[in-house]
Design a protein around this ligand. Structure first.
Ligand code: GTP
Ligand code: SPV
Ligand code: MN
Length: 606
């Protein structure tokens, strides 16, 4: 579609301004058809950036290798440019919006020379749903266009809903690598150097400007930028919740259904939990969403969640038929693989795929790689943050209501992270405010999902939103408290803290995780109905020793360890929150949370 055919005056003008600034060789408005998707892939093949995979084994699947500097979100280059620095808060990077726009306009100047500008109208949420939001991303990356086709609803049908004057979030994206006359990418992933990358958000004007990266959350602007950073601001203003949460449907052996959401930091198990196959007989889990939940109150006073996305951008390493069969089934066709390893017969491979590397591979950097199991220090063949992009509808466990524009009523919120010690397998909050306290102190061992934070250390990641909250985190806590005060607590989701990642002194996981997590989900399900063996402790409501049937290989002693209240560990935890975590938020830290902190401390000392 041509620019001149756009019916929305504001959109047309905004694109024309971008064209004048970025001077692409051509402009195309995306229609969202499969022919368009195929054309994007063909363009990338021509540029030497897409490798066609074995079409017998993996029909419609392609592999991309990004630049080694462009393999994950870059938190140090991500900005919340609110007018006042205080509105961005202590956990976000801030630059004055006028100054940032000036810098970025400089970078955007002629940045699309030699390339085509693609205009992608997209809907986060089912098209036309009252909860859905429309964005328009302009980009010079066919890789981004193809990924957006999978991750969001894109094209002409979105323009139809937008009409002549509808609201959209304008999103600029450029990889920041113009081409000189006759120059081609020639197999080199185009992007800008780290100090030129900017992932910028202007919350007051609801704008997103991204420059210099082609990877994941930096470039697919509907995902973290719109659906979390901008949406969290809209949610604060309008009284709803935009959260980094999976959404699952769970059915018990009697056929009763509940919906549960869960916030775990990046690479801490959301996709896996959303697609879990229960080991507990008679239970069933189905997927509604694996990364983001938008939740609004229904007329009945309950919270209803939609998944704003249309696909999965999932972590490849560790995904196998045992750990996540449904993901493996979802990624057998029409899938984009990024930074995984390639086998000689053009199949994919990664660490933790469930079998040894078949012969000599090409690693994610494009170099020959042969598995050497004796060498513990061998570099991995697949990047630890290598990912698959696959349509959600391909998931065998996708719930039939996953696109229901009303959303699904939520019974429980889970919070969790990778905590080798102290935090028990599961712990129910005594009240909404206790649950908000739990969310506010989420911590996790750092993973590879972001480029610039050191893997292996524990950092606080409140509500798993640290990199994704578009405003002051202290105000965000306040928003959660306000939600509780403004609604009937009996109808609000019950809140639980889970930890699948306890390790023994040898560093081995005590809990097998994955499908076995269904044992914990079953307890949570029952607790939502006030059932299930439970004991009150200083830190919350824990299962009685017999309430969770241990999986094979987990002994009585292990279960005791997983469910004990580690008084000394918790005292250290509370001290760390009081000395290091809460003070970061200054007077914006709601006093209700200090009250919770004090009362837990008192109970621990009793
Ligand atoms: P993002 O897409 O970055 O938000 O990640 P996510 O939260 O969806 O994490 P995902 O489910 O992709 O899991 C990340 C890694 O954790 C993978 O390597 C998984 O195999 C591993 N993992 C997931 N669930 C479990 C579990 O229950 N136990 C253990 N030990 N590992 C798990
Ligand atoms: C995450 O890091 O939480 C992701 C991947 O889901 S990205 O889309 O890159 O943010
Ligand atoms: Mn995520």
């Amino acid at each position: 579609m041509k620019l001149s055919e756009l019916k929305h005056g504001g959109l047309k003008k905004w694109v024309e301004e971008a064209v004048a600034l970025m001077t692409p060789d051509a402009v195309e408005v995306c229609d969202g058809t499969s022919a368009e998707y195929d054309r994007m892939i063909a363009l990338m093949k021509d540029a030497g950036l897409a490798t066609e995979l074995n079409q017998k084994k993996l029909p419609g699947c392609f592999l991309f290798r990004s630049d080694p500097s462009d393999v994950a979100r870059v938190e140090a280059r991500t900005y919340i440019a609110s007018k006042s620095k205080d509105d961005a808060g202590p956990t976000n990077n801030w630059i004055d919006p006028a100054e940032l726009k000036k810098t970025m306009r400089g970078l955007y100047g002629a940045c699309m020379k030699g390339r085509t500008m693609f205009v992608i109208p997209y809907s986060m949420g089912p098209i036309g749903s009252e909860i859905a939001k429309i964005g328009v991303e302009i980009t010079d990356s066919p890789y981004v266009v193809a990924n957006m086709h999978i991750m969001a609803r894109v094209g002409t049908k979105v323009l139809d809903v937008l009409g002549a004057d509808g609201f959209f979030v304008p999103c600029y994206h450029s990889i920041g690598k113009p081409l000189a006359a006759g120059e081609k990418d020639n197999g080199v992933w185009p992007c800008a150097p780290l100090d030129k990358k900017y992932i910028s958000h202007f919350p007051e004007t609801r704008e997103i400007w991204s420059y210099g990266s082609g990877y994941g959350g930096n470039a697919l602007l509907g995902k973290k930028c719109l659906a979390l950073r901008i949406a969290s601001v809209l949610a604060r203003d309008e009284g709803w919740l935009a959260e980094h949460m999976l959404i699952l449907k769970i059915t018990n052996p009697q056929g009763a259904v509940k919906y549960i959401t869960g916030a775990f930091p990046s690479a801490c198990g959301k996709t896996n939990l959303a697609m879990l196959i229960p080991t507990l007989p008679g239970w069933k889990v189905e997927t509604v969403g694996d990364d983001i939940a938008w939740m609004k109150f229904g007329a009945d006073g309950r919270l209803y969640a939609i998944n704003p996305e249309a696909g999965f951008f999932g972590v490849a390493p560790g995904t196998n038929n045992e750990s996540n069969h449904n993901a493996m089934e979802s990624i057998k066709k029409n899938t984009i693989y990024t930074n995984v390893a390639l086998t000689a017969d053009k199949d994919v491979w990664w660490e933790g795929i469930g079998y040894d590397a078949p012969g000599s591979l090409t690693d994610w950097k494009g170099k020959p790689w042969t598995q050497d199991k004796a060498n513990k220090n061998q570099e991995p063949a697949a990047h630890p943050n290598s990912r698959f992009t696959a349509p959600a509808k391909q998931c065998p466990a996708i719930a039939k209501e996953w696109e229901d524009p009303k959303g699904v009523p939520i019974s429980a919120f889970l919070f969790g992270g990778r905590r080798p010690k102290t935090i028990p397998l599961v712990n129910q909050a005594k009240s909404w405010i206790h649950g908000v306290f739990m969310g506010s102190i989420v911590g996790s061992e750092v993973t590879a999902a972001a480029l610039d934070v050191q893997a292996g250390t524990i950092r606080r990641d409140p509500f798993a939103m640290l990199p994704f909250c578009g405003y002051h985190m202290g105000d965000y806590f306040k928003h959660w408290i306000k939600i509780g005060k403004g609604h009937d607590e009996a109808k609000l989701p019950k809140i639980f803290f889970v930890n699948w990642f306890r390790k023994d002194d040898a560093g081995k996981f005590i809990w097998p995780g994955y499908g076995e997590n269904s044992r914990v989900l079953a307890w949570i399900f029952d607790r939502c109905d006030g059932k299930g063996g439970a004991v009150e402790t200083p830190i919350g409501t824990l299962p009685t020793p017999d309430a969770i049937i241990p999986p094979a290989g987990v002994g009585e002693q292990d279960m005791k360890e997983l469910l004990k209240v580690d008084i000394a560990g918790w005292k250290a935890e509370i001290k760390d929150v009081r000395d290091n975590h809460y003070p970061k938020f200054g007077d914006k830290l709601p006093k209700e949370l200090y009250v919770e902190l004090d009362s837990i401390e008192k109970r621990l000392n009793a």
